[in-house]
Design a binder for this molecule. Structure first.
Ligand code: NAD
Ligand code: UDP
Length: 332
């Protein structure tokens, strides 16, 4: 039977102790909130390389939340038994113009995806815990198959500027499957497509925060290239529900989690300018992108629909309207 998202309750799940790496980040902090509300205890772990303690301030003093300041690339000691691990620690923005973009954090990015995945899988093995890896649509590279199904192997440049992220995540997927096959760990892999919402860093350089910030300042929106490239943007609440459903399942093979509503970057810019009545329009910039900017990206979410009974419910304009107040409140 298909469970409608809004009716979703984890009534069949007993309370778990869950380790979330990347807890001070955009998606990680929303996962902390959701899982605590759903009755679990959360141990958050982060080294703040791209995240911020501000994203967790509201959880200070909450008896269901503890925080460990730690780099996941180093051996991980968790003081108590955990039932589940969500490994979300990694820089995630491809923008070389931002200090938080992974082209400027290349070794840290490979360590988070490589050593961080090894260390968190070790914790999963020691605790016999359910494990969910935050993988990415970037493992498809610049895809020649469209939309992207999980069965597609990808078109990835192994040495380009994006490779530190793409290949680390591909290594992470392979290692996760090795722990599942060899050590029989109950692992899952979420291939996350472009996600946006409150608590994104205003200056992390990704398209949505850049455009919102520029529109708020009534500046022209910076379109990289001709703007014909497409993405499919998922609002964070939808994404979090998909991740949680994967966590509560026993699915092992990768599952795309994203919103299939595909839009060109030019149309995204026009949509945001319309919302703000921004008179400054757009400017087309070249040579701003690290490596090869993927031309098209859209998830095939058939597996998520059938196996997890999940699909997104929040359209782009609704999601942007939910995001704008956060950006307004954080304007420098
Ligand atoms: P984010 O930068 O906001 O969050 C990442 C968090 O990980 C930050 O708090 C950062 O400080 C922490 N971190 C990084 N390296 C670490 C380390 N070595 N030790 C401990 N903490 C570390 O990014 P996000 O958008 O929330 O992404 C979260 C995860 O989801 C990442 O793994 C990313 O690859 C994945 N993902 C995100 C998207 C998206 O569109 N947001 C798409 C695909 C995949
Ligand atoms: N982009 C853009 N202007 C910006 C930031 C990004 O045109 O100011 C483009 C970028 O080149 C890419 C798309 O928007 O084609 C999405 O970029 P983002 O950094 O959000 O993530 P990606 O999907 O590339 O990982």
């Amino acid at each position: 039977m298909v469970t409608k998202n809004k009716e979703y309750r984890s009534t069949d799940k007993h309370s778990m102790k869950i380790l979330i790496t990347g807890a001070a980040g955009f998606i990680g902090s929303h996962l902390c909130d959701f899982l605590i509300k759903d009755g679990h205890e959360v141990i958050g772990m982060d080294n703040f390389i791209t995240g911020s303690p501000d994203n967790l301030t509201h959880l200070t003093g909450n008896p269901k939340f503890t925080f460990i300041l730690h780099d996941v690339a180093n051996y991980i000691m968790v003081p108590e038994k955990v039932d589940a691990i969500l490994h979300f620690a990694s820089p995630a923005s491809p923008n070389p113009s931002s200090p938080y973009g992974y082209p400027n954090l290349p070794i840290q990015t490979m360590k988070a995806g490589g050593l961080g995945t090894l260390n968190t899988l070790g914790v999963a093995r020691a605790n016999n815990a359910r494990y969910v890896l935050a993988s990415t649509s970037e493992i498809y590279g610049d895809p020649v198959e469209h939309p992207q199904k999980e069965s597609y192997w990808g078109n990835v440049d192994p040495i380009g500027e994006r490779s530190v992220y793409d290949e680390a995540k591909r290594f992470a997927e392979a290692l996760t499957m090795a722990y599942h096959r060899y050590h029989k760990i109950n692992t899952g892999i979420a291939r996350i497509f472009n996600t946006y919402g409150p608590r994104m860093r205003l200056d992390d350089g990704r398209a949505v925060p850049n455009f919102l910030l520029q529109a708020l300042k009534k500046e022209p929106l910076t379109i990289y290239g001709d703007g014909e490239q497409t993405r499919s943007f998922c609002y964070v609440d939808d994404l979090v529900l998909g991740i949680v459903k994967l966590l509560y399942s026993d699915e092992h093979d990768p599952i795309n989690i994203g919103n299939p509503e595909e839009i060109s970057i030019k149309d995204l810019a026009f949509t945001i300018n319309n919302l703000f009545e921004n008179p400054s329009g757009v400017v087309f910039l070249h040579n701003k992108v690290a490596g090869k900017d993927p031309d098209r990206r859209q998830p095939d979410i058939h597996r998520a629909k059938t196996l997890l009974h999940w699909s997104p419910t929040i359209d782009l304009v609704t999601g942007l309207k939910k995001t704008i107040p956060y950006f307004q409140s954080r304007m420098p």
